[in-house]
Design a protein around this ligand. Structure first.
Ligand code: URA
Length: 267
């Protein structure tokens, strides 16, 4: 796992550029008016970033590819015309250099408000798992199989959510494949049944699929319980332990250092 400070600074710079792009799209502007002297300062910062090697050609190309993918999703008639989905896209978030990609189901209420995946209650729990792995959310990449929140009834659903239908997954999966190809992670962590079915075409219970190494188009994949399942589980300790065992498998695949304390969590 790349964890030196340059790598973290790079991730932060790239994430900031993403946030700026999102902000410009939120306020429906493709450009901003900047005074000449301020523009020069920005250009100087850009030159320094380039000279420091914070963004290399590979990263630049990933940023371009992901922005182009997001534009395709936003303008795809399949999504625009499907009445069963809401209209706010929630794209993947995090480092495009990440060696791990977490894949969940679909955005919920809080994700739609913040336009960021996994920021509601499930996201808080996922954040704790990521921290326990010794990682920072900014170092990894988190996305969903479906980039739009499924509608419930007439769409006046408050915090209510529903599982995506197979038709909704069908029109989304190709975008997820492209996203994974751009990032090219070493390990994909599949959270829950919807993502498992969409990516691996497995329809069995998670209990019989987790704890093993799978392969998704040549990339190692780990299937585990979705954080929202853990939040609802009546056997929280035992189910959390299983998720942690799955994370240890992922950490081993990534050749991450695992401390005795980490190994002993939940034992
Ligand atoms: N559940 C998901 O699967 N994805 C999110 O982004 C939030 C909750």
């Amino acid at each position: 796992m790349k964890d030196d400070s340059i790598e973290i600074k790079r991730s932060i710079a790239i994430s900031a550029l993403h946030d700026l792009k999102k902000h410009l799209s939120d306020i429906s502007q493709k450009s901003v008016n900047i005074q000449k002297d301020k523009l020069q300062k920005l250009i100087n910062i850009g030159t320094q970033i380039n000279q420091a090697g914070f963004i290399n050609n590979d990263q630049e190309s990933r940023i371009e590819q992901i922005i182009s993918l997001q534009n395709s999703i936003e303008t795809d008639p399949d999504f625009i015309n499907i009445a069963s989905l809401r209209s706010t896209p929630v794209f993947g978030d995090g480092s495009l250099e990440s060696e791990i990609v977490f894949v969940g189901e679909a955005p919920g209420y809080e994700e739609e408000v913040q336009k960021k995946p996994f920021v509601g209650p499930s996201g808080q729990l996922l954040g704790k798992i990521i921290t326990a792995m010794g990682l920072d959310r900014k170092q990894i990449y988190i996305t969903n199989i479906l980039k739009y929140r499924p509608k419930l009834g007439d769409g006046k659903q408050g915090h209510g959510n529903r599982k995506p239908s197979s038709d909704e997954v069908k029109i989304s999966i190709n975008y997820l494949l492209q996203e994974i190809n751009i990032i090219n992670p070493k390990v994909i962590i599949i959270l829950g049944g919807t993502a498992m079915e969409g990516l691996l075409n497995i329809k069995e219970p998670i209990s019989s699929v987790r704890g093993k190494i799978h392969s998704f188009e040549g990339t190692k994949a780990i299937v585990t319980y979705h954080p929202s399942f853990l939040l609802r589980s009546k056997n929280q300790i035992s189910d959390k332990r299983k998720v942690w065992e799955d994370m240890l498998i992922a950490m081993e695949l990534l050749e991450m250092k695992i401390t005795d304390r980490q190994r002993a969590y939940f034992s």
